[in-house]
Ligand binder design. Structure first.
Ligand code: PEP
Ligand code: MG
Length: 323
């Protein structure tokens, strides 16, 4: 099986009936970039930039941040590279930052909220991203850079983040980059039709979206069970996101852990997600799986799944669609 998977890792992830997917990777440092290409990843769907801040004792300079991005771009060339701005707070603390102790850090000043509190730092991160885009353009290469904002919960946050990004870009006269948001807070799904008019893309963060939808701490040793991702509520939220995006011709990816599970990848494909962002080690298996799928039948199964109230029945439905 592993051999068969390995054979197709550099092939296009297209279903038997011709539906093309995109398989990209989640990475958390420049050192991971090489394995993306080696393992057949078609780009990076989530660069967790927290490493820039966690690894250092002070805020890294714009130059240091730019260097780290350029190192990744050197491996990826013009392939997509979705850079998520710092998602600090919650389960991702940074020791040197002034972060008051919170009763409920997951519900506190994290992600984009923290970026607005430290706006100078946010602007410097954006500057590094746009400078890297400029550097790539100066080489005569087209850029695959995208910018994504984490933990967006309302339109005001999105618009503020977008406007700051545009100010930074304009000051540098850097290339325009697609701007998207993580869909990981239920309010963003409920208002996905509003967001879809303005953003360039969505990427569903199923780890946090599951946590916030089910009110279950994603790190709690007793709570998470594999059935969480089959909860009918999560399926509906994903469907709502896809429908809103389709209406406005925007793409939807999933960069949470569920995208790497073969059965859940089938479910996500059936629900209309077109980009799966997973760890490099899982690319071969997921590509192999997609190439053995029939999209029409997955779509039908996803329709059936949406009518079920029991996660284990939903799971069973998809266990038979991939072997
Ligand atoms: C998620 O929440 O699913 C996600 C991909 O982001 P992170 O795991 O970095 O919070
Ligand atoms: Mg998240």
């Amino acid at each position: 099986v592993v051999e068969a998977q390995d054979k197709v890792k550099h092939e296009t992830p297209i279903t038997l009936d011709g539906h093309q997917m995109e398989v990209v990777c989640n990475i958390a440092s420049p050192d991971d970039a090489e394995s993306v290409v080696e393992q057949g990843g078609e780009g990076v769907g989530l660069l967790r930039t927290e490493f820039l801040f966690e690894a250092s004792a002070v805020e890294p300079t714009v130059e240091e941040q730019q260097q780290a991005l350029q190192k990744i771009i050197e491996h990826l060339g013009a392939k997509p590279l979705v850079v998520r701005t710092a998602d600090i707070g919650g389960d991702k603390p940074v020791s040197w930052m002034d972060m008051p102790k919170e009763e409920n850090p997951f519900l506190g000043v994290r992600g984009i909220r923290l970026s607005f509190k430290h706006e100078g730092m946010f602007r410097r991160q954006l500057e590094a991203i746009y400078r890297a885009a400029q550097w790539q353009a100066d080489k005569g290469e087209s850029t695959g850079l995208h910018i994504m904002f984490p933990m967006i919960a309302n339109m005001a946050e999105w618009r503020k983040a977008r406007d700051i990004a545009e100010q930074v870009r304009a000051q540098l006269d850097a290339p325009v980059l697609p701007l998207g948001i993580m869909i990981e807070v239920p309010s963003a799904v409920i208002c996905a039709d509003h967001f879809a008019k303005e953003v360039d893309f969505f990427s569903i963060g199923s780890n946090d979206l599951t946590q916030y939808t089910l009110a279950m701490d994603r790190l709690h040793p007793e709570l998470p069970s594999e059935l969480d991702n089959y909860h009918p509520a999560l399926l509906r939220l994903i469907k709502m996101t896809v429908d809103a995006a389709n209406k406005h011709n925007k793409w939807v990816g999933v960069c949470g852990n569920m995208a790497a599970d073969p059965h859940l990848a089938c479910l996500l494909t059936g629900l209309g997600v077109t980009e799966l962002s997973i760890s490099p080690a899982n690319v071969a298996a997921v590509k192999h799986l997609i190439r053995s799928m029939n999209y029409q039948s997955l779509k039908e199964k996803a329709e059936q799944a949406l009518a079920l109230d029991d996660p284990s029945q939903i799971k069973a439905l998809f266990e038979t669609s991939s072997e």
